[in-house]
Design a protein around this ligand. Sequence first.
Ligand code: SAM
Length: 213
Amino acid sequence: MEYSALRKMMVENQLIARGIKDQRVLQAMLKVPRHLFVREEDLYRAYDDMALPIGEGQTISQPYMVAKMTELLELKGDEKVLEIGTGSGYQAAILAELAREVFTIERIASLAEEAESRLRQLGYDNVYVFVRDGTLGLPEHAPFDRIIITAGAPEVPEPLKKQLADNGIIVAPVGSRYSQQLVKIEKLKEEFRQSYHTLCLFVPLIGEYGWND
Ligand code: SAM
């Protein structure tokens, strides 16, 4: 089967069937070639309902989780977004389809380099990749309209809350090292409103405001 047909099945059976409604998110998931973000040996299951290994003990997240987190960000098109955990670059590509600019941070240099070259080859010139501890954010580029953390955090790092713009939104998996829940934080006039969503399991966020290595 062609990859575009597999993508269509993924969107219908994994996303729409589970309640993803944002049409822009569904269109982005239909468009971005997920098979170009996985290892060659995983091509046959690039559109399956699961996270996949990308090397260095890290993963590209399950398609549903990417769609759900992106939907929670409520992107309209003009936002400056910060992602913590570039990994393969797949989530960054989805964000780049839906927002103005994407700043993405990865702590493992080899993954960041691969993701950056993939994103360049695909023509995403509104994504900027940084190698450092993402729990500290990017103070020199703050504030951000949206922040997404794609690794499991003990709590949302304080520096990231400080780098969020007014009316901004943070989405992050928060919990223990082995089980988390998606948390959405909305910043309304210096007040943070928190809501809880899907249960999930991410690799750990490692850093000064995350878990120890
Ligand atoms: N968003 C990625 C994608 O689309 O492929 C998946 C991310 S993977 C589940 C989590 C990533 O977070 C890993 O690549 C890991 O190295 C990275 N990570 C963990 N702690 C980090 C930190 N403090 N700063 C930046 N990246 C971090």
